[in-house]
Write a protein that binds this ligand. Structure first.
Ligand code: OFO
Length: 170
């Protein structure tokens, strides 16, 4: 496997793994605050990110490269509000999108069209995840600090079809 591509894919493994830990930490915080619907959504999202990481690990190994399983930095453990949680989530997703775009660029420079094709799955996934985070953030900004509104938001998030797909369905 092309060493530049291998390094970029390994870097992406680290990003997906740290997304998973970050969302796990958010989920745990939300659960502790009694936002059970939000916690469920974020636990699910954390699983999804782990699946994204696993997909990269398998791709690298199957193509004769070597996937490195990285150490992960401790994510933040407390958040000011639900709005801050989803602001951080969106900022994080935008960062991941930039990294995926960079990966696409490297594939083209190295003329690795197989990896380029593989990475397209992540391009669409990022588009969906950013749109989802923006929709949720818009709702939270509308609700502000209204307790009744936050209660309904949390309940809706638990039952809603806007939750991320189960990891195994991706
Ligand atoms: Fe892996 O999709 Fe978000 O970060």
């Amino acid at each position: 496997m092309n060493t530049r591509i291998e390094a970029a894919l390994n870097d992406q493994i680290r990003k997906e793994a740290s997304s998973s830990q970050f969302y796990l930490s958010m989920a745990s915080w939300a659960e502790g605050k009694g936002f059970n619907g939000t916690a469920k959504f974020l636990y699910q999202h954390s699983d999804e990110e782990r699946f994204h990481m696993l997909k990269l690990v398998k791709f690298i190994n199957e193509r004769g490269g070597k996937a490195d399983i990285p150490a992960i930095e401790k994510p933040p453990v407390s958040f000011e509000s639900l709005e801050k949680v989803f602001e951080s989530l969106l900022a994080h997703e935008m960062d991941v999108t930039a990294s995926i775009n960079n990966l696409v660029d490297i594939c083209l420079q190295e003329k690795d069209y197989t990896t380029h094709n593989f990475v397209q799955w992540y391009v669409s996934e990022q588009l969906e995840e950013e749109a989802l985070a923006r929709t949720i953030l818009d709702k939270l900004r509308m609700i502000g600090s209204d307790k009744g509104g936050l209660y309904l938001f949390d309940r809706d998030l638990e039952n809603s079809a806007i939750a991320p797909d189960a990891a195994t369905q991706n």
